[in-house]
Ligand binder design. Structure first.
Ligand code: NAP
Length: 254
């Protein structure tokens, strides 16, 4: 009897490509950086507070045989948001993929949200993505990919407290579609991924609001950062997909 050993491999579609993942020190961003590297890409990540965590991601990418760099850049700061893109392109020698992942989730009754809170969420979740995307367009060759992380709450809001967060992420749907139209003739695509409840520091599967979130998904569970990274990596390699929204939400929107 012959024994067949099956070895699961990842396609290396991204060899020779360079990617920037904003907010890549933890959670979905860190998983994405590692996944893109497994598929062959050189990777830059940004962080704000997690210098050590970002260093761990850099070492993880390097262990896969790819070049990596961590850049401290606050997506809420206009100079940092654009500057991280030019720095990544400079450090890696090119930029083919931008993953707009950095984001903040501020939830609460609409009357309780402060003006400062509103401005900060819009600065990080919306303006930072716009400025990073604009800077990326200036350096990306044909075949460039802009992939933005939205939320399942742009499609369905299952309870109260999400006005600011859902509003901010919904702006990214319009940005993505408009970018797709504007950049199509340059061979650059723009797509948006909407995660459902994903087990990260931002939204732990053991947190106080976790059971209710899992219950509104069709699969009845939280997703993992790696499950979101898988779709982002697919889009980084896909040529004929643009202006599209992808729910990676366990059926939250179903
Ligand atoms: N987890 C979920 O259930 C869920 C669901 C839908 C959408 N999302 C979206 O997915 C994205 C990632 O979320 P996550 O759950 O992975 O979050 P997370 O675990 O809190 O990680 C956030 C990452 O973003 C970085 N970051 C935060 N503020 C930043 C800023 N101003 N500039 C640059 N980097 C910043 C953090 O870096 P430092 O720690 O170094 O500061 C960290 O690497 C966000 O856009 C979030 O809105 C998450």
């Amino acid at each position: 009897m012959t024994t067949h050993t099956s070895v699961r491999t990842t396609e290396q579609n991204l060899i020779g490509k360079a990617a920037l993942v904003t907010g890549g020190s933890r959670g979905i961003g860190a998983a994405t950086a590692l996944r893109l590297a497994r598929e062959g890409a050189e990777v830059a990540v940004t962080y704000v507070n997690g210098k050590e965590a970002a260093g761990d991601v850099v070492r993880g990418v390097e262990a896969l045989g790819r070049r990596a760099v961590a850049l401290r850049a606050d997506a809420g700061d206009p100079e940092d948001a654009a500057g991280a893109v030019t720095a990544a392109a400079r450090e890696l020698g090119r930029l083919d993929v931008l993953v707009n992942n950095a984001g903040v989730g501020v939830l609460g009754p609409v009357e309780t949200l402060s003006l400062e809170g509103v401005d900060r969420v819009l600065a990080v979740n919306v303006r930072g993505v716009f400025l990073a995307s604009r800077a990326a367009v200036a350096v990306m060759p044909r075949g460039g990919r802009i992939i933005t992380v939205g939320t399942c709450m742009t499609q369905r809001v299952p309870g109260p407290g999400g006005t600011l967060y859902a509003m901010s992420k919904s702006a990214l749907v319009g940005l993505t579609k408009a970018l797709a139209r504007e950049l199509g003739e340059r061979g650059i695509t723009a797509n948006i991924v909407h995660p459902g409840p994903i087990d990260t520091d931002m939204n732990p599967a053991g947190g106080p609001f976790a059971a209710g979130q899992a219950a509104v998904t069709a699969l009845g569970r939280f997703g993992t950062a790696e499950e979101v990274a898988e779709t982002i990596a697919h889009l980084a390699g896909a040529g004929y997909v643009t202006g599209a929204e992808f729910a990676v939400d366990g059926g939250h929107a179903a």
